[in-house]
Design a protein around this ligand. Sequence first.
Ligand SMILES: [Zn+2]
Length: 237
Amino acid sequence: MNKEFAVVISPHIDDAAISIGEILRGYDKVLVLNVFNKSIETVTGVSKKDVNNHRILEDKKIAQQYGFEFKYANLPDTSLRGIDWNNHNLPIDQELLTQVQEWIKSELDQVEADFRIFIPASYGLHPDHCLATLTFSTGPLLYYLKWIPFFVYCDQPYFLNRKIIKDKHEGHSALEESGTLIAVPFSVVEKRIMLSAYKSQLSPERVKLLAGKNKAEYYWITSHKFFKFFTKNLGGK
Ligand SMILES: [Zn+2]
């Protein structure tokens, strides 16, 4: 198994670290593709115009400490698009989806070494996470998955709280029926050190939930069919 190079699709800055940061530390090289990095959201009251720069500085801390590389699509998140994160029935913004697909494809095309790709499962059905996952449901990126090894990772904290989302997705049912869930326990101390980089997003209570109550990171080994099931009940239902 090639464990050397991991490429991660991160819907927002911090999703990669929150969901699979400790798993990523096991790789020699990590590239995080941040999709909806433009945002006005914080928990610490950083002024709205400074949020983007502030969050990129938080990534820089991770880059320095762990050697991860970060790239940015510079697309607006739901806070900037004026959409509620928990509106699970919104129709899919096809134009935005195409932009995400084109950016991810152009980034993957530039990677010369062999790599393994981590794609979010979209637990929680956050519209930004769904768009990132749907990127792999059609077109050239679905084709990529036929020859690039991939894992579907469990978005946190949504995976922990998945019982509270009533709109259970067919894609997730398919994972549970035919996928293999891998749990990778982590050191709570180490994970909290990593999460401390993202102070603008993670309150002390949230950190205790993500590393304390939660003690492992999770991903699925599955087939590319997951992405076909994932399209079925999203958008216009
Ligand atoms: Zn997110």
